[in-house]
Design a binder for this molecule. Structure first.
Ligand code: RB5
Length: 149
């Protein structure tokens, strides 16, 4: 499984913790930045990861900013992306099972490292349930198509 990871400055340390955790477990990862804790803009990293996931170069993306809000909003502007902001494990497995989320977003200023790693593991081990949930995510794609220029 290939995973693209990105953050702004607020998510920099948590991103590094997640990368180490997943590398230790044998996942193939690419870090799309930020590479320092210098102040930067979360949309710049959201779009890098989101485009890679939408192009299917990676199976999933993980994005972190201070709240997880800005970076998930930005990622969801890329067609084909279903970025889910999950700061708890229930949301993490539901986002995969019901929404077929392809990007997990978290807020480094909201949750601690221990919970974040549990959320990541939960997200990556859950599977899409399809059926009525497929019908619903297809309706999300229809909305995207309606506004495509
Ligand atoms: C950066 O200060 C902060 O605004 C950002 O990390 C994020 O929380 C935005 O949604």
């Amino acid at each position: 499984m290939k995973i693209a990871v990105g953050s702004d400055h607020a998510g920099f340390y948590l991103k590094n913790e997640i990368i180490k955790h997943l590398e230790d477990k044998g996942y193939e990862l690419k870090d799309f930045g930020a590479f320092t804790e210098a102040s930067c803009d979360y949309p710049d990293y959201a779009v890098k990861v989101a485009e890679e996931v939408a192009a299917k170069n990676y199976d999933y993306g993980i994005l972190i900013c201070g709240t997880g809000i800005g970076i998930s909003i930005a990622a969801n502007k890329v067609p084909g992306i279903r970025a889910a902001l999950c700061n708890d494990t229930f949301s993490a497995h539901a986002s995969r099972e019901h929404n077929d989320a392809n990007i997990l977003a978290m807020g480094a200023r909201v949750i601690g490292g221990g919970l974040a790693l549990d959320i990541v593991d939960t997200f990556l081990s859950a599977s899409f349930m399809g059926d009525k949930h497929l019908r619903r995510i297809n309706k999300i794609s229809d909305i995207e198509s309606k506004y495509k220029k």
